[in-house]
Design a protein. Structure first.
Length: 63
């Protein structure tokens, strides 16, 4: 049972990473490692809003 639970947790972490669902948690780890002296990190809501704007604003075409 213990190894099954361990495999399930590993699968869940991999799935969250592959889909980007853990993006905020990864942002916080990076922020604490590299930018902690700059004030406070973005809230979860502000982070996702900034990511959506980064992803969808601007010109998106191949040519």
């Amino acid at each position: 049972m213990r190894t099954c639970l361990s495999h399930l947790r590993r699968f869940w972490r991999g799935l969250r990473q592959a889909t980007g669902d853990d993006a905020y948690e990864r942002y916080l780890v990076h922020w604490h490692a590299c930018h902690a002296h700059e004030g406070r990190p973005l809230s979860r809501k502000a982070f996702f809003k900034a990511e959506q704007e980064r992803k969808w604003n601007g010109i998106r075409r191949c040519c």
